[in-house]
Design a protein around this ligand. Structure first.
Ligand code: TRP
Length: 447
C-alpha cells in the first residue's frame, strides 16, 4: 500500500500544504475578535507563548507520527499501538463534525463574496442594515444551504483530483494568492484615519489584562488555528518526503499561521477604530461590522470582494485538509477507491452542514442545553474533542511513542542536536499535558 502513495514535491509544498490547513477562518475571523475581547496586545503575547510551548511541539509530534507510519490517522496510531487507535477515530469523527459547521460559515463567506462583487453590500445604508441583512440571510432556509453545498462541491472537486493534482497544486496556487491579498488589505487599512489607535490597541501589551482565563483562551485558539490535535497533520505528513525537515516545516507553518493572524488583526482593528466601533464585536465583526466599514471607503465593492475572497481561499484550504483526514481513512482502512471514499465524506458533510445551516432558522427550536445544532458542533469540537485530542496526542508522543522514532524523524538523517530533542520530549511529556488538562477543565467550566 505504501509504495503506491503520492508524495509532496520538496520542502515548499510541505510548508504550503500544511499552512493551507492551518490558515483558515480561525486566523482571519476568529483570532481578531478573540484577541479583541481578551486584552488585545496582551493576548497576542500570551498566544505567542502558547504557540512555542504547546502548538509547535504537538505539530512536530504529529508530523513525526504521520511520516513514520505513512498512513491515515487511524492506521497511524493503530500501527504504533493498538490501544491508541481511538485517537485516530477521535480525529476522523472530529474532522467530520468540524466540517459540519465550518462549511456553513464558508457558505456565508461565499454569499458575502457574491454580494460584495455585485454591489449589493455596498448599497446597504448603515450598520443596522448590514446586521439585518446578515440575520435574514442566515436564518432563511434555501439561500445559505445553496452556498454551503456549492462550497462543499468545490472542496470535493479538489479532493477527487488527488493528492498531487488537487491538494498540492491548490495550496501552491492559493496560499501565495492569500498572502498577497492580505498584504494589500493591511496596507489599505493602515492608510485609514485613526489607524494608529487600532494598531496600538492590537499590539501594545497591557499586562493588567492577562488573567488565567486569557491563557486558557489562547491555548484553545493555538490548537484550532494550527490544526493540531485531530490527526490532520498526521494525515498530511504521511505525504511528506524523506528530505522534508519536520522541525523547520513546523516552524515555518507556525510563522505563516501567526503572521496571517496578526496581519488579519492589522486589517481589522485600524478599520474598526477609524469607524468608532467597539473592537469586541464578536463573531459578527467580519460579516456585519466590516461591510459597514468598507462602505465608508472609496470603492467599497472592490475592497469587500478582496476581503471575502481572502476568507473563502483560507476556508477552502482548511476544509480540504479536514476532508482529506476522513477520506484517506475511508480509502485506506475500508479499502474503498479514493473517489468512493471522497463521496462518502462529502455526503456526511452535506448532511451535517445542512442540519447546521437550517438550525440558524427553520430548525432553531431543535436545541440541547440552549445551543442549536450549529453551536453544538462548534462547542463539542472546539471545547471537548480538540483539547482531548491534543492532550492524548502529547501523552502518546511523550510516553507511548518510541523515543527513537521521534528523534529519528526530527533529524531526518542529519546530525543530531540532542538539546532540541530533549526539549521536545520534556515539553510533550510534562508541560503540554499539564497545560492542556487546564484548558480542558476550564472548557467544561469546572474551574
Ligand atoms: N486551522 C483551521 C483554521 O484556523 C481549522 C482546521 C482545519 C482545523 N483543520 C483542522 C482545526 C484540524 C483543528 C483540527 O481555521
Amino acid at each position: 500500500m505504501n509504495e503506491k502513495r503520492s508524495f509532496f514535491d520538496g520542502r515548499l509544498s510541505a510548508v504550503l500544504v500544511a499552512a493551507g490547513s492551518s490558515v483558515g477562518l480561525g486566523n482571519i475571523w476568529r483570532f481578531p475578535y478573540v484577541a479583541g475581547s481578551n486584552g488585545g496586545g496582551a493576548f497576542v503575547l500570551v498566544y505567542l507563548g502558547c504557540l512555542l510551548l504547546l502548538g509547535m511541539p504537538v505539530m512536530m509530534a504529529e508530523f513525526a507520527i504521520g511520516r513514520h507510519t505513512r498512513q491515515n490517522a487511524v492506521g497511524a496510531y493503530r500501527s504504533l499501538d493498538k490501544r491508541w487507535s481511538w485517537l485516530g477515530y477521535n480525529g476522523v469523527v472530529s474532522a467530520l463534525l468540524i466540517m459540519g459547521f465550518y462549511f456553513v460559515v464558508a457558505g456565508w463567506v461565499g454569499a458575502w463574496l457574491v454580494r460584495s462583487a455585485s454591489g449589493e453590500l455596498a448599497a446597504l445604508s448603515d450598520s443596522a442594515a448590514c446586521a439585518k441583512s446578515f440575520a435574514s440571510f442566515t436564518s432563511s432556509p434555501w439561500a445559505p444551504l445553496a452556498y454551503t453545498l456549492g462550497f462543499i462541491l468545490l472542496n470535493h472537486a479538489v479532493i477527487v483530483l488527488g493528492v498531487k493534482k488537487g491538494i498540492e497544486r491548490s495550496a501552491r496556487f492559493l496560499m501565495p494568492l492569500l498572502l498577497v491579498m492580505l498584504v494589500v488589505l493591511a496596507i489599505r487599512s493602515l492608510l485609514m484615519e485613526g489607524a494608529a489607535e487600532g494598531i496600538e490597541f492590537f499590539l501594545k501589551p497591557d499586562f493588567s489584562k492577562i488573567t488565567p482565563r486569557t491563557v486558557l483562551v489562547a491555548m484553545g485558539q493555538v490548537f484550532f488555528s494550527l490544526s493540531v490535535g485531530l490527526g490532520t497533520m498526521v494525515t498530511y505528513a504521511s505525504y511528506f518526503n524523506r528530505e522534508t525537515d519536520l522541525k523547520r516545516t513546523a516552524l515555518h507553518v507556525s510563522l505563516i499561521d501567526t503572521g496571517v493572524a496578526i496581519l488579519a488583526g492589522i486589517v481589522i482593528f485600524p478599520a474598526v477604530f477609524s469607524a468608532g466601533i467597539a473592537p469586541e464585536a464578536g463573531p459578527s465583526l467580519v460579516f456585519i461590522t466590516l461591510p459597514d466599514i468598507f462602505n465608508s471607503m472609496g470603492h467599497p465593492a472592490l475592497w469587500s470582494s478582496i476581503f471575502f475572497l481572502l476568507l473563502a481561499v483560507a476556508a477552502l484550504t482548511s476544509t480540504i485538509s479536514l476532508h482529506e483526514t476522513a477520506t484517506l481513512y475511508l480509502h485506506e482502512e475500508w479499502h474503498l477507491s479514493r473517489s468512493t471514499a471522497a463521496w462518502i465524506t462529502t455526503m456526511c458533510s452535506v448532511l451535517l452542514a445542512s442540519l447546521a445551516s437550517l438550525s440558524m432558522g427553520t430548525l432553531k427550536g431543535w436545541q440541547i442545553g440552549g445551543l442549536n445544532f450549529f453551536d453544538q458542533l462548534d462547542f463539542l469540537t472546539a471545547n471537548i474533542l480538540l483539547p482531548l485530542g491534543g492532550l492524548a496526542t502529547c501523552i502518546f508522543a511523550g510516553w507511548v511513542l518510541d523515543r527513537k522514532v521521534l528523534v529519528e524523524q526530527m533529524h531526518s538523517g542529519k546530525p543530531r542536536t540532542a538539546f532540541l530533542s530533549c526539549t521536545l520530549v520534556v515539553l510533550l511529556r510534562w508541560i503540554c499535558p499539564v497545560l492542556l488538562v487546564m484548558i480542558f477543565l476550564d472548557n467544561l467550566h469546572l474551574i
